[in-house]
Structures are given as C-alpha cells and as structure tokens.
Design a protein around this ligand. Structure first.
Ligand code: GRF
Length: 203
C-alpha cells in the first residue's frame, strides 16, 4: 500500500505511522508528506525519516482548487493508493475527495458525530461528557462526517485537564491509526454506502 500523509502540525501521528513502517509492523510505504505549513515540526520529522515532502503555502495560489490540483498531480506521480490525514488543518474539496473517495481517511479526537471541527477535546471537556475518544473515518465532502471505520473510548476523569486528556487521546491515536492502516493494507475493510465492515480472519 502506497500512502501519503497530510499534516499541518506536530506530526505525532506521522511519527507513529513512520515508526510502525520502519519496524515492519505496517506493510506499506510512505510515499509523500503533504504539508501546508513550512515551519511545522512534521516537516522535520519527514526529513528525519527520509520521506519526501510536498510543502506549500496556500496564499501563493489563486485558489484552493489550484493547490489541490497540484497535490493531486504529486499523488498520481507516485501512484498513491491511500491518503492519511493526520492533523491536516484545511478543508478538502472535490478536487481530491472525488478521486480518493474510499481511499482517504482522517483521525479525529472525539467520538463522532459528537464534537466535530476544531478543538474537539476542549469541546468535550466544556460539555462535561464522561466519555470521549478517538474516531478514524473515511473522508467525504463534510467536516468530520464520513463513514466511521474505528472508534476507541477514553474516559474523562473528575480532575481532568486539557493536558491530561490530550496525552491519553494522543496515546490512543498512535495505536489506533497504524492498526487501521494495517487493516486497509490487508484489505480487511469494506465500504458499502455509509457502512464499514471489518473482515477478520474469524469470518
Ligand atoms: C490529532 O489530535 C488528530 O486527532 C487531530 O489533529 C491532531 C494531530 O496531532 N486531527 P499530530 O500533528 O499528529 O501530533
């Protein structure tokens, strides 16, 4: 499986995936990092891991369609089969969603459909829910709305702060995302309409 990772920030998920590939726990190759923030730490992580990076500045393009068309060319050049969004802080439109529908996944730090959009962990704390978590889903045209592949719950403790919660959420993400990519690489995930079926060896 040839993947591209899109990220805008720290890149802890990028790192978890790159480590899983390096330790042969994940049978895929990271063909490209796509990043819209030249100064983001994830760019240095790609460099350290020997992963090629396409780094761009959105304001240097006339429109979103223009830079997405360029990204599409970079993906096609490398025959990328799966786009992995890992903290990519931009809306993705039809230029990429259409050719990659069912081949583009995102990770979100809440149990969707609760708390979509930015600051999901802050939203959960503010609301006072007792359980939140992590969701991996296919990407459609909406904001965190696509078919759900996997979810894992994380309890919110009485003395929880954003820092303590973020630490546990990130730990869950770094396990769950490589595991889901592995299932996709092994063709264990089947998408029918909105419904995702995980095919295990037992069935
Ligand atoms: C993660 O919490 C992810 O769920 C969200 O953005 C964050 C990215 O973190 N979509 P990192 O850049 O992978 O460290």
């Amino acid at each position: 499986l040839r993947i591209a990772i899109f990220a805008s920030g720290q890149g802890s998920n990028f790192q978890a995936i790159a480590d899983a590939v390096q330790h042969r726990k994940l049978d895929c190759s990271i063909e490209l990092l796509v990043c819209d923030k030249p100064a983001a730490p994830v760019v240095e992580r790609a460099h350290q891991s020997g992963v090629e990076a396409f780094v761009f500045q959105p304001k240097q393009y006339a429109s979103r369609a223009d830079y997405e068309a360029e990204i599409l060319l970079e993906l096609q050049k490398r025959s990328v089969d799966l786009i992995v969004l890992a903290g990519y802080m931009r809306i993705i439109t039809n230029t990429l969603v259409e050719p990659y529908y069912g081949k583009m996944i995102n990770i979100h730090p809440s149990l969707l459909p609760a708390f979509p959009g930015v600051a999901a962990m802050e939203q959960a704390l503010e609301y006072g829910v007792k359980v939140t978590g992590v969701t991996v889903h296919f990407v459609d045209g909406g904001m965190d709305t696509g078919p759900i592949i996997a979810q894992q719950a994380v309890d919110i403790r009485p003395d929880e702060t954003i820092e303590t919660l973020a630490a546990r959420i990130h730990a869950v993400e770094q396990e769950l995302y490589p595991a889901v990519i592995n299932q996709i690489a092994n063709q264990q995930i089947k998408l029918t309409g909105r419904h995702v079926q995980i095919i295990t060896n037992a069935n």
